[in-house]
Design a protein around this ligand. Structure first.
Ligand code: FAD
Length: 200
């Protein structure tokens, strides 16, 4: 990967057989099972990820202060934009948490949160790179522990930590379903808009 990590591998099962009773969701129902799984993957962190993104933004504010750019009006404007996005994420998270508490399972609406945090994270990490300036080009040494950028707080405000988080954030709008696909899901399955054109 662009971070230097090797996260991927591919596993092939040849002639694999499972007893009927152990088929999850019933035979020939794999798509529904996959969709349920993806709903959980995209929605499960809705309530806690705003907390992590707030902590990350706090570290960024500290770095801006340390580097004396917190009085730059353009940087301040971009920081304020980030603050407003994290607040929106907080309310989105509370809405999802309320739905969970009412017994609602994550469904297609989980795409809203996934789209929101991943697009936000690309922009906030770009801002971090701009705040660091040329320091951001220092070769990164320690890869982050996970693809989820806000986790990468191993060394607060170290150049490596931010640069790696920036690189990882590029993948955020691809994994767990790309932003384009999330928008399709929101459009078609949440808002009930007409389906995208398909080849006949
Ligand atoms: C860092 C990373 C970690 C990952 N981890 C996992 C993992 O743990 N498990 C796992 O199963 N997968 C994992 N993936 C795979 C990931 O889920 C897929 O890469 C992702 O869903 C996109 O699918 P694709 O690569 O086949 O792209 P494609 O579906 O081929 O898409 C290519 C491009 O076309 C666009 N596109 C595709 N369909 C449409 C459409 N209908 N409308 C508009 N635009 C469209 C996409 O947005 C994209 O820009 C990971 C990927 C990355 C980058």
């Amino acid at each position: 990967m662009i971070t230097g990590e090797s996260e991927f591998n591919e596993v092939f099962y040849t002639d694999a057989v499972a007893p009927k009773g152990e088929v999850i969701g019933g035979v020939n129902n794999g798509w529904a099972v996959a969709m349920t799984l993806l709903g959980f993957e995209r929605g499960e962190a809705a309530a806690v990820s705003p907390i992590r993104y707030q902590a990350e933004l706090d570290r960024l504010l500290l770095m801006a202060k340390e580097r004396g750019v917190n009085t730059d009006p353009l940087i301040r404007q971009r920081l304020a934009w980030c603050h407003s996005k994290v607040q929106m994420m907080r309310y989105l998270g509370m809405r999802t948490l309320t739905q969970f508490l009412q017994g609602h399972q994550p469904g297609p609406d989980a795409a809203i949160g996934k789209l929101f945090w991943s697009e936000y994270h690309k922009i906030v990490t770009e801002l971090a790179m701009d705040i660091m300036g040329a320091d951001a080009m220092v070769p990164a040494g320690r890869p982050p522990s996970s693809a989820f950028g806000a986790d990468d707080a191993g060394a607060p405000n170290s150049t490596n930590s931010w640069a790696m988080t920036f690189l990882n954030a590029r993948a955020g709008t691809i994994y767990a379903g790309s932003s384009q696909v999330q928008r399709n899901i929101v459009g078609e399955m949440v808002l009930g808009l007409p389906k995208e054109p398909r080849p006949s």
